[in-house]
Design a protein around this ligand. Structure first.
Ligand code: ARG
Length: 459
């Protein structure tokens, strides 16, 4: 059998179970392209220091490109002894270009290599996640712009509160997700720090030009401390925290929509494309897409909590525990991307039922407006709140709506009520009164659409 990359000091054989236990190639092969990219840059850096001749550099780069193409074409032959993506690529390179392949790792360790790969890989993923999240937010914004006329109850404590526009609700979720876009952008400078050139832990004795490496690989800055460079995984924790928060937003939005899609509410229906049926109850149409969006938040939080736990007791620099950074990160990346795409589809295709929404509006939801009416007549709000409350109680005792109370009834409660009080009992008018920035008036909803569009289209 072939010798291990690190086999020089060993005489005994690795236990087969241990080999499998230690092996990460199964999942870290996802990083094949960035691993090759890092190695190509490193070969060039070695040549700048005369460790590879120009000819050797070209041969090495060409070999690496062939290895990369084998991965791309799905023909890379994994061997039983390959431990991880780094050893697999180096093994294959050496098969292709001979002993020269063995020069590439000069001054480099898998410790600075893997940290570099992880950062490069995550930076690429962040671009894709940003694009997916932007698409989701724009679908929400465009939908909100089209459906400004639909009114529905706004809830606190899941009890009917005040009438609002459906668009206003949809945009509230869009604003949460827009903050996620902003936050993700802010993570990038801390992901984009180059570890390559830190060696195993103490630094690079061949004086490779790390500025050059950073330039070749597109890093914004360079790890200034080699111990930190190989041992830091905060960028992964930060991403997992980011993903957890964003999934919280997805989950809360899903919860609203699940409630609204029940027969009891009936405000929306999901398209068939995002629903499933029951194996037993023929009438069922379940909002599985939304339930999965809500449910998948749990696994992302788990990825975050799990890897934080892995990290917290580690001594400085590299420890093999750090190999456990990959599966949670990869899973979180896959999960948030899938969730953003599904949420986009769900929102793009759901149907709203404006008449059902309107039917859920009740006149007691205008009790605040009734109090505000008296405020405009000069009475302090604390008093008008009480008067309006008594009107609600009176209507309740008579089993009528507050709008059914006569002017005389209202005058019993306060002599400042006048005939124009009837104008209070109008949902549209109530919504239009909330015309300060952030309110649910049409003008302010339009403003929100404008603000979000500007953010989305900013370069
Ligand atoms: N597969 C390893 C990881 O993912 C690469 C680094 C291994 N380094 C080492 N000294 N064993 O962390």
């Amino acid at each position: 059998t072939k010798k291990k990359l690190w086999g020089g000091r060993f005489t005994g054989k690795t236990d087969p179970l241990m080999h499998a236990f230690n092996q990460s190639l199964r999942y870290d092969q996802r990083m094949h392209a960035v691993d090759i990219k890092g190695s190509i840059a490193y070969a060039k850096a070695l040549a700048l220091k005369g460790i590879l001749t120009a000819e050797e550099r070209d041969k090495t780069v060409k070999g690496l490109e062939i290895v990369g193409k084998e991965w791309d074409d799905g023909v890379f032959q994994v061997q039983a002894d390959d431990e991880d993506i780094h050893t697999a690529n180096e093994r294959r390179l050496t098969e292709l270009i001979g002993p020269l392949g063995g020069r590439l790792h000069t001054g480099r360790s898998r410790n600075d290599q893997v940290a570099t790969d992880m950062r490069l890989w995550l930076l690429d993923q962040v671009e894709e996640i940003q694009a997916a999240l932007k698409d989701l937010v724009s679908v929400m914004v465009e939908r909100a712009d089209k459906e400004k006329d639909a009114l529905l109850p706004g809830y606190t404590h899941l009890q009917r509160g005040q009438p609002i526009r459906w668009s206003h609700l949809l945009l509230s979720h869009a604003f949460s997700l827009q903050s996620d876009l902003q936050r993700l952008q802010e993570l990038k400078p801390r992901i984009s720090i180059l570890p390559l050139g830190c060696g195993a832990l103490a630094g690079n004795p061949f004086l490779v030009d790390r500025q050059f490496l950073a330039g070749e690989l597109g890093f914004q800055s360079i790890a200034e401390n080699s111990l930190w460079g190989v041992g830091d995984r905060d960028f992964i924790i930060e991403f997992l925290m980011w993903a957890s928060l964003s999934m919280t937003h997805i989950s809360r939005m899903a919860e609203d929509l699940i409630i609204y899609s029940t027969a009891e509410f009936g405000f929306i229906s999901l398209s068939d494309a995002y629903s499933t049926g029951s194996s037993m109850m023929p009438q069922k149409k379940n909002a599985d897409s939304l339930e999965l969006l809500r449910g998948k938040s749990g696994r992302v939080f788990g990825n975050m909590a799990g890897f934080l736990m892995t990290l917290k007791g580690l001594p400085s620099t590299y420890n093999k525990d750090l190999q456990e950074d990959k599966e949670p990160l990869f899973d979180a990346v896959d999960t948030v991307s899938a969730c953003f795409h599904i949420a986009e589809g769900v929102i793009a295709t759901l149907e709203i039922h404006p008449s059902k929404m309107r039917d859920a509006l009740t006149m007691d939801m205008l009790a605040t407006d009734l109090a505000d009416y008296l405020v405009r007549k000069g009475i302090p709000f604390r008093e008008t709140h009480h008067i309006s409350g008594r009107a609600v109680a009176l209507a309740e005792s008579r089993k009528v709506q507050i709008s059914d109370l006569s002017l005389e009834d209202l005058r019993e409660l306060c002599d400042r009520f006048e005939p124009d009080v009837k104008d209070v009992f109008d949902f549209e008018a109530s919504v239009e009164k909330r015309d300060a920035i952030g309110g649910t008036s049409k003008r302010m909803v339009e403003r929100q659409v404008r603000v979000l569009r500007e953010i989305l289209h900013a370069p």
